[in-house]
Ligand binder design. Structure first.
Ligand SMILES: C[S@@+](CC[C@H](N)C(=O)[O-])C[C@H]1O[C@@H](n2cnc3c(N)ncnc32)[C@H](O)[C@@H]1O
Length: 210
């Protein structure tokens, strides 16, 4: 994908999510989830990549207003958190929300600015708007390369599943093939890959342990 095409894509996606935040505020709906329960269920799956109770650092790519930070605080005591989002409005909301939180920072970007122990991406591969399957798949793979190169111990991401019921699928959303992505992660990133597809949402989570 050319740099220009990628910039256009990211701008369109950022505008989509900024509008969600404007309409629904700092809520699960404000980052385009159906509700808080499924948002938390996703965090629970993704955080299975974290295999320590000691200090760790984490990049939250596509952090939205930073809800993962709350989840982490409930389950871990000592972590260094960087939230990264392409929507300036999201980052502004997150910065205000966590203004007094230690070891927490946010940046407007599509790429972490430093390597962390873990990388997590929840919901960034879902809304493709008008992009073709090929275009979105190549963007997705480029973004996985970024997650890989900016995480030391492992990374985790989720995608809507191509096993979704046909009558529930929407053109502007991207439904990834979990088997194809499992194969890609095994071959390209690590021998230690888990595919979680058993938590009752129309999606799956991939854990790539290095
Ligand atoms: C579905 S929302 C989820 C937000 C958050 N992860 C959560 O679960 O509460 C996706 C977020 O990712 C951001 N995003 C989408 N693609 C991105 C990318 N390539 N890099 C950084 N942020 C991205 C959007 O602006 C949006 O805030």
């Amino acid at each position: 994908m050319t740099e220009t095409a990628k910039t256009t894509l990211l701008n369109e996606v950022a505008t989509y999510y900024s509008k969600k935040l404007e309409d629904h505020g700092e809520t699960a709906q404000g980052v385009d989830w159906n509700g808080a329960e499924s948002q938390t269920l996703r965090f629970k799956q993704l955080c299975k990549i974290i295999d320590t109770q000691n200090h760790f650092s984490i990049n939250d790519l596509g952090c939205g207003y930073g809800a993962l930070n709350d989840f982490l605080s409930e389950h871990y005591t000592d972590f260094l958190y960087t939230g990264i989002d392409i929507s300036e409005n999201m980052v502004q909301a997150a910065e205000q929300r966590y203004a007094n939180k230690n070891q927490t920072r946010f940046i407007v970007s599509s790429s972490p600015d430093q390597i962390a122990d873990y990388g997590i991406a929840s919901g960034i591969f879902n809304v493709r708007l008008g992009r073709s399957d090929n275009e979105w798949q190549s963007y997705l793979e480029e973004t996985l390369d970024t997650l890989n190169s900016t995480s030391r111990l492992g990374f985790a991401f989720n995608c809507l599943t191509s096993y979704s019921d046909a009558d529930k699928m929407r053109d502007y959303l991207y439904y990834a093939d979990p088997c194809q992505l499992f194969d890609l992660c095994k071959r390209r990133y690590s021998k230690n890959v888990s595919l979680l597809h058993d938590y009752k949402l129309y999606e799956f989570t991939m854990l790539v342990r290095k």
